[in-house]
Design a protein around this ligand. Structure first.
Ligand SMILES: [Mn+2]
Length: 356
């Protein structure tokens, strides 16, 4: 595995590449062209400039998170072929620039959903949190307003203001899309992009839906072992793979995370490792990465990745806001650096204990 950190680019991120370079064991970043819109072609020039900036800091681009999929592709609307053509063009340009990992998701309307961005934990840190009762009490348009005050002046991925302007129209369009239709639209998209992935050896890594159940009545399909195995089998190409995100699959306590990892051997191209603390099955908050701070056995998660021979990029996921840092919620420097060091420690211990 290669330890990485997510980075939004120098125009958008409060964390600098030189800070990331000083986290022990972190050699790559997972980045994006944050100001591109879904459906837009990423030019080679812009991709190259991004790469050169990262490499000048002594790091490398380990993958892209995300190249967002246009809503009309998920909906299966008539213009999807033109939009997929653009997606293919972006993949080709990434491949030509020697970038071989793309994380994406296929969630309708909303990317991840949280009901609080700064819940205080007993140690005084603040974290993202989710409570089903709060979601049930809101209409979707209010969701944005209720949390936007805690974004610390940043624009959070999936919650861009221009996207939220169209929420009502999108809900209308999704009225006829159930989970079977969404699966079919995903299959169509994957079948069309696999040839360019084969040509340039690009691993597509679908991110799970977060939380891993339908929200606001919208269908969600990348939620559990049964569905993710269906997804990798329906387009049975090794380039059709998975981002294993413990914090997203882990929102559903029925998901056995180490077992899911083992069942996806060969198809996990990217890993997000983080911990959650459950207060009730429908109320959770993001914890420190350390097992004892949350509800997951992080050793077992990392051990399962080791056991299947996982060799892709891994990154600590959302961190707590600690030590007075002001940053995009979940994406500060300090707690993610602690997470990277912790995961590296687990990995080193597992590797050395296997050799004895
Ligand atoms: Mn994730």
């Amino acid at each position: 595995m290669e330890m990485t950190l997510r980075w939004y680019g120098s125009k958008f991120d409060t964390v600098t590449l030189s800070q990331i370079r000083q986290i022990p064991g972190v050699t790559g970043v997972i980045t994006t062209l944050y100001d591109t819109k879904p459906g837009e072609v990423w030019s080679r020039e812009r991709i190259r400039a991004m790469k050169e900036e990262v490499e000048a800091a002594g790091l490398h681009v380990a993958g892209i998170e995300s190249v967002n999929v246009h809503e009309n592709i998920k909906l299966g609307l008539p213009d999807r072929d033109a939009l997929i053509d653009n997606y293919i063009e972006t993949l080709k340009n990434l491949g030509e620039e020697d970038i071989h990992l793309v994380c994406y998701n296929f969630m309708p309307v909303f990317d991840w959903t949280r009901t609080e961005l700064a819940r205080m934990r007993p140690d005084g840190s603040t974290v993202l949190a989710y409570t089903q009762e709060a979601v049930d009490a809101l209409v979707p348009e209010e969701m944005f307003a209720s949390i936007s005050g805690d974004m610390n002046g940043t624009v959070m991925p999936g919650w861009e203001p221009d996207r939220l302007e169209h929420v009502k129209e999108l809900f209308e369009l999704y009225k006829d899309v159930d989970s079977e239709k969404l699966f079919a639209n995903l299959e169509y998209f994957l079948n069309r992009i696999m040839p360019v992935c084969d040509q340039y050896d690009i691993n597509m890594a679908i991110h799970p839906d977060d939380p891993a159940w339908p929200v606001f009545g919208l269908p969600r399909i990348i939620t559990c072992k049964e569905n993710i195995l269906r997804m990798v089998k329906m387009v049975d190409n090794p380039h059709n793979g998975v981002t294993f995100c413990s914090g997203s699959y882990g929102t559903n306590l029925k998901n056995d995370l180490p077992d899911m990892i083992r069942s996806l051997k060969g198809r996990i191209h990217f890993a997000h490792v983080r911990n959650l603390k459950f207060n009730t099955p429908t109320d959770f908050e993001e914890a420190a990465h350390l097992s004892s701070d949350g509800s997951f056995d992080m050793y077992e998660i990392v051990k399962a990745l080791y056991d299947i021979g996982f060799d892709g990029p891994i990154r600590p996921d959302h961190g707590r806001m600690i030590w007075g840092e002001v940053a995009m919620p979940g994406y500060g420097l300090y707690d993610r650096a602690l997470g990277a060091a912790y995961i590296n420690g687990l990995w080193e211990a597992i590797v050395k204990s296997q050799k004895k």
